[in-house]
Ligand binder design. Structure first.
Ligand code: PRP
Length: 201
């Protein structure tokens, strides 16, 4: 039996689509149950927060997981990257009203974000003094209300930025969904994992 952690939210639907397309019949239960099996009973799926997928995998609670590169880079979990599924494409960006919100500042730049580590590292690499303000959602509001000068966040369609009068100032990296594996399971369950992977490829 292989256990696979799936991320709640934006990557869930696309993950299920990929699995079904590859012949692994899955349907999320309508109840509040947080795990389910595929039609063959060979695979067990866990429904977890996107930020927790790699934690379940690192600590062997799941053998495999599907996680966005954005979250993987931010959480720095020790997992084995098996395969880029190419789903859930988005970009990690710095956004704001315009470039002057960063480059004309004499004091440190205030950055609102859910991605504290990524934001810290980005501004450190650029040699810009940044004060990182952690938020848990609706990040685009922060510069509008003067809570921050800019944001570091993901952009998918670009609609949220546009409709809040913000634009991309810098692109940091591109992100898609990655299949990750627990480092021990990768060896102890190699045949099963290889078979699962062969369905996906
Ligand atoms: C994410 C992200 C942006 C938005 C980008 O938020 O933080 O706000 O999606 O998508 P778009 O470019 O297609 O508009 P999410 O929907 O996860 O909600 P949140 O603000 O509660 O984190």
């Amino acid at each position: 039996m292989i256990t696979i952690a799936l991320p709640k939210g934006r990557l869930m639907d696309e993950s299920l689509e990929v699995l079904n397309r590859c012949g692994i019949g899955v349907r999320v239960p309508e109840s509040r149950r947080l795990f389910f099996y595929d039609n063959s009973g060979q695979y067990r799926f866990l429904i977890v927060r996107a930020q927790d997928v790699a934690t379940y995998v690192e600590y062997s609670a799941a053998d495999l997981g599907i996680v966005g590169r954005d979250v993987l880079v931010e959480t720095k979990r020790d997992v084995f990257e098996l395969f880029n599924l190419g789903i859930g494409y988005c970009k990690m960006v710095v956004a704001g009203k315009d470039r002057s919100c960063i480059y004309n500042k004499k004091t440190s730049v205030k950055v609102a974000t859910k991605f504290v580590n990524i934001a810290k590292e980005h501004f450190f690499r650029k040699g810009i003094n940044a004060e990182i303000i952690k938020l848990y959602g609706s990040i685009e509001l922060a510069p509008l209300l003067g809570l921050s000068d800019c944001i570091v966040d993901i952009v998918s369609t670009g609609r949220t930025l546009k409709e809040n009068g913000l634009s991309v100032i810098e692109e940091i990296f591109e992100s898609t969904g990655i299949l990750v594996a627990n480092r021990v399971s990768y060896y102890t369950k190699h045949t099963n994992i290889k078979e699962f992977l062969s369905f996906l490829k």
